[in-house]
Design a protein around this ligand. Structure first.
Ligand SMILES: [Zn+2]
Length: 171
């Protein structure tokens, strides 16, 4: 007969296989009873213990659903590269890469537009290729993330300290 798995043993295996989750409130009872886990973004969900122990890189069902429903659109989508003037003495300009179904002028306030220079725009017929391209670029720029100041009234995530158009040769 197989030895019963203890809470401690279960947590050790789950943390090894899926270290991306938070197990601080996880209580293991037995292999047929679901356990509670939290993802990196703080979503709580329940799952059977086995996938956590045995399958690498499990993803959070709440994150999965969000990325399916919110990011992809059937409408034309624009990927934009912006240069933004800051008040940070060390980084006079920072750069933003993002997607929008509106125009850049509609997406940002008139005041923010006084700081913004559009470097490059790519138009896509639907959201998916724009979203995929954006993801690739954010990944390529991940070491240049900028967070020292907030030059825009909103949308200050995904700012970068290096010019992506030059860096990635998209000019
Ligand atoms: Zn999540």
């Amino acid at each position: 007969m197989a030895k019963r798995l203890t809470q401690e043993e279960f947590l050790k295996q789950a943390k090894e296989t899926n270290p991306q989750f938070d197990y601080s409130e996880t209580v293991f009872k037995n292999t047929r009873t679901k356990v509670k886990v939290k993802c990196e973004k703080g979503h709580e969900f329940e799952t059977l213990p086995k996938p956590l122990q045995k399958t690498n890189g499990r993803t959070c069902p709440i994150c999965n659903k969000r990325s399916q429903t919110s990011s992809y659109s059937d409408e034309p989508t624009e990927l934009y590269f912006l240069q933004i003037r800051t008040d940070d003495p060390e980084f006079k300009y920072v750069y933003k890469v993002g997607i929008t179904k509106e125009t850049v002028q509609e997406r940002f306030t008139a005041e923010d537009m006084t700081r913004i220079k559009i470097l490059r725009q790519f138009k896509f017929q639907t959201g998916k290729p724009a979203h995929d391209f954006e993801k690739e670029i954010h990944k390529a720029l991940s070491e240049y993330k900028y967070g020292r100041s907030k030059p825009l009234s909103y949308g200050n995530t995904e700012l970068f300290s290096e010019n992506p158009v030059e860096l990635l040769g998209l000019g």
